[in-house]
Every structure is written in C-alpha cells, then in structure tokens.
Design a protein around this ligand. Structure first.
Ligand SMILES: [Fe+2]
Length: 334
C-alpha cells in the first residue's frame, strides 16, 4: 500500500467511429440532478467470508452497501430520457441480452454524471479509499436493458472485472414484476466450488435489496461480490446503469480482464482503451517513485519496484496477445 494518490486520466479527446453524439439531451447539473444520501449499512468482505489474504489484495475491506439514493427526482427523469435516447444502440453478448456500453462517448449527460466529482467523493467516502472514475471509458455508465423475452434474466451470476461499481435503477423497479438485483452473501470461491460440483447456490445467502425507486443504487466491490440481475416476470421496462471506479492507489493489482472486455467491446476501441489504462497505471507508478524520492541504500527495493513495473507491463502485453482465446466467464442462471 502506498500513500501516493494517482492523478486522474482525462477522458479521450478523440471521438471514436460508430458512437454518434446524442443531440437534444439534458445538460447534467450536479446541484439539480444529484441527491446523494449516504448508505446506513455496509457489509464487509470479511462478512462475505473472505480471508485476510484475499482482503489484503483489495484496496479496502468494503463489500456492499444497503440501498442508497444518488439522483434527485429531476435527475432520475433526465437519466431515463438519456437511457431511451441510447436504447437504439443496444448490443448483446453471451452474458447480457441487451446492453449499451460506451454510452459516455455519445451522451455528455451520462459522461458528466459518471465523472462527477461530488459522486466520486461520496463513493470514495463510502468505500473508505480514494477512487477515480474508471480510466477505461467502456467501464463507465454501462446500461442494461431488459431482454425482449419475459423471464429471461437480464444478467447471469458473475463478478465484475473491475474493483468498485454501483448498480443504479434508471426505471422504477416498483412499476414492474421481477427484475431484482441479487447478490450472494458468500465468496466467489464458494460459488465457483458449488458450480463445479453441480450444486445450487445456498438460497439463504441470496439477497435482493429493496429499491424504493429510480435513482437508487447499491455500491459494491464488484470483483468480490457475486451478483446478477433477474428477468421480469411480466412485460415491462427495466433499465439499470452501472458505473465503475479505480483506486487512486495504483500499488494494488489491476483486476482488469482485457480478454473479457475484448469479447464485448468493439475491437477498434477495447485494446486502445486497455493500453491507455495500463499506460496511466505505469505513469502513476513511476510518478509515485519520483515523488517519494529520497537518498537511501536500499537498492533491493529499487530493483523490486522496477520488477513490479516490468511485470505489470508484461502482464498487459500477454493479455493483449492472448485475448482471442477467451470465452465470456459467468456462473450461469441457477
Ligand atoms: Fe456486474
């Protein structure tokens, strides 16, 4: 763990092909659109059953919050309007039938909301660690839309390939039947073992937080909390928005899985975004060493730091080269 806090990475100033900018959308105003009410309870990773060594690899011991409010009524109304403007751009993958990724390139409202300083400060406070909006733009403002088929799950059981994210309802969850967000109050290792043995998840550990309305969310350490989005049981509309964050302490291992992103994001963007993210990590890692400069004799530590940086870069190169072999990973519907 380092005391150095990474500098933010600016959003790319190049507009990618295939992501037309929305016209006539609302303008994000944090004073009008945010109404952040801090969560009252937090379940720690320890309570999920994680070991001390698992937790030591994480930037904080934070697991998941209870439901809390992010948007005002006006903010929720604008968010729904933007979600409808983005809906013609839905795509599908092996895990999710209908989603929009990269909407932050198309909607300034979504981009400004996802990168809002007020929201980032609140999310950092909840987790107890300094965060930045995710440095991979496709990990910001991910939108899920319910499948056309009633009963089909929105998203299967899985854990995320990023550290911290919130899942916020854009539509009113009380206006539909079903469509719950669920998480498993156990470890990802336990779920993997149950799946391998062909056994079902323990129903007592499946939790479905009650969402009072649109603009409400849960914040989670998404790569440690196994979760899913259930399908609607009656025709209706269910839209959620997921926003990702990275820790400002870049000494923690990066959990980005390029192989998984490459399966769902456009090839002309996924590798570039990942390379840019790893370059930022490298830049900040070196910057921390320059900032902490002092005269000392510990050449072994200096060597270790260079090895750590080299491993980070080699790991990224391997991910880039080997991505074509991958399949989308998840724990299924059961
Ligand atoms: Fe997720």
């Amino acid at each position: 763990m380092s005391s150095y806090l990474a500098n933010p990475l600016e959003f790319p100033d190049v507009q990618p092909q295939g992501f037309p900018v929305l016209e006539n959308e609302p303008v994000f105003d944090p004073a009008k659109h945010l109404q952040i009410e801090m969560p009252e309870t937090i379940i720690s990773l320890k309570e999920f059953g994680y070991s001390d060594s698992d937790i030591a690899e994480c930037p904080c011991d934070f697991g998941i919050t209870n439901v809390f409010r992010i948007l005002s009524d006006e903010g929720a109304k604008c968010m729904l309007e933007v979600a409808h403007l983005l809906e013609p751009y839905v795509s599908s993958n092996a895990r999710i039938a209908r989603n929009v990724r990269g909407g932050v390139y198309q909607s300034k409202f979504l981009r400004d909301l996802c990168q809002s300083d007020e929201l980032t400060a609140a999310v950092s406070k909840i987790c107890g660690t300094h965060l930045l909006p995710h440095t991979i733009p496709h990990q910001l403002g991910h939108m899920n839309y319910n499948p056309k088929e009633v009963g089909e799950n929105v998203d299967k059981w899985h854990f995320d390939t990023l550290r911290i994210d919130f899942v916020m309802f854009v539509t009113d969850p009380n206006s539909v039947e079903g469509g719950e967000f669920e998480y498993y109050l156990g470890t990802k290792h336990e779920v993997a073992e149950l799946k391998k043995a062909g056994k079902p998840l323990n129903p007592d550990k499946i939790k479905a937080p009650v969402m009072p309305g649109p603009g409400y969310a849960v914040l989670q350490q998404g790569n440690m909390v196994v979760h899913r989005a259930k399908g609607l049981t009656q025709p209706g509309e269910r839209i959620t928005m997921v926003n990702g964050y990275v820790p400002r302490d870049v000494s923690f291992p990066d959990y980005t899985r390029f192989d998984q992103l490459y399966l769902v994001d456009p090839p002309h963007m996924a590798a570039s975004e990942y390379s840019r993210h790893v370059s930022w990590m490298g830049r900040e890692f070196l910057h921390s060493r320059l900032q902490d400069f002092e005269f000392n004799e510990d050449k072994a530590k200096m060597a270790e730091d260079f090895e750590k940086l080299a491993q980070m870069m080699v790991h990224a190169a391997e991910q880039l080269r080997n991505a074509d072999e991958a399949k989308i990973e998840h724990f299924g519907d059961g």
